[in-house]
Design a protein around this ligand. Structure first.
Ligand code: ADP
Ligand code: MG
Length: 237
């Protein structure tokens, strides 16, 4: 589904963190929000999923104006660093949780849960608890739990930040594979330019609450609009 932020702004008290941001994410596209720490990336995701109210502007999912729609009704899948798995539940119960809330028939819950487990390659881990999984496996479970609800958009906030270098490399291509296989619209927040370049269709470079440039990785690298963009892209992948 297409996601549109139309002149979105966000303040905390007197401090304006996002200023008139307009951003369109195409249906089926994976877009990177790339920028330094504190530039407003997570704040933007929180506004899309409805955890934060906007201070100005509108948010559309397709044609629907979601600006004042409560978080639970937006059907957004999130994988945030801070969104831990439920430690007391098995992998199967974690993935099935969003479906049980919707009171789907148990046979249907099981079918959809197993389908997601196959998609993210964790069929053999369904009986384990999160503490018995590696970091990469936990992120796979988190992805399955985010996707099982067939969300309108998948929001990924630094999903690879806690993984070691080898796992990070593996999960980069895995997340992209899963995004392409499901065809879901996705926004990846990262401060890692290589991650953005290797995983996404387009990159939006942010600084201090504004988008400086939006382009494909190739365009961005060949033709950075400002010294900030050039400096931020730095070393090519
Ligand atoms: P990023 O994800 O790009 O690192 P954030 O979106 O988390 O940045 O934060 C952007 C700015 O907004 C930072 O200056 C941060 O301190 C501020 N900020 C974020 N959340 C809050 C909040 N709940 N109250 C006050 N300031 C906040
Ligand atoms: Mg952040």
């Amino acid at each position: 589904m297409r996601i549109l932020l139309d002149k979105f702004s966000k303040s905390f008290g007197d401090v304006r963190v996002i200023e008139d941001m307009t951003l369109e994410v195409n249906d089926g596209e994976m877009l990177a929000l790339l920028g330094p720490s504190g530039c407003g990336k997570s704040t933007t995701l929180f506004a899309i999923c409805g955890i934060h109210k906007v201070s100005g502007g509108r948010i559309f999912f397709g044609e629907r104006d979601m600006t004042d729609v409560p978080s639970q009704e937006r059907n957004v899948g999130v994988v945030f660093q801070s969104y831990a798995l439920y430690p007391h539940m098995t992998v199967a119960e974690n993935i099935a949780f969003p479906l049980r809330i919707r009171k789907l028939p148990e046979a249907e819950v099981k079918r959809q849960m197993e389908e997601m487990a196959r998609l993210v390659h964790i069929e053999e881990l369904l009986g384990r608890r999160p503490a018995e999984l590696s970091g990469g496996q936990q992120q796979r479970v988190a992805l399955a739990r985010a996707l099982v609800r067939r969300p309108n958009v998948l929001l990924l906030d630094e999903p690879l930040a806690n993984l070691d270098a080898k796992l990070r490399l593996e999960m980069r291509s895995e997340i992209r594979r899963i995004q392409l296989e499901t065809g879901i619209t996705a926004i990846l927040v990262t401060h890692d330019q290589v991650e953005a370049m290797s995983m996404c269709d387009r990159i939006a470079i942010m600084n201090a609450g504004r988008i400086i440039q939006i382009a494909t990785p190739q365009e961005m690298y060949r033709n950075p609009r400002t010294a900030f963009v050039a400096g931020f892209l730095g070393n090519p992948p």
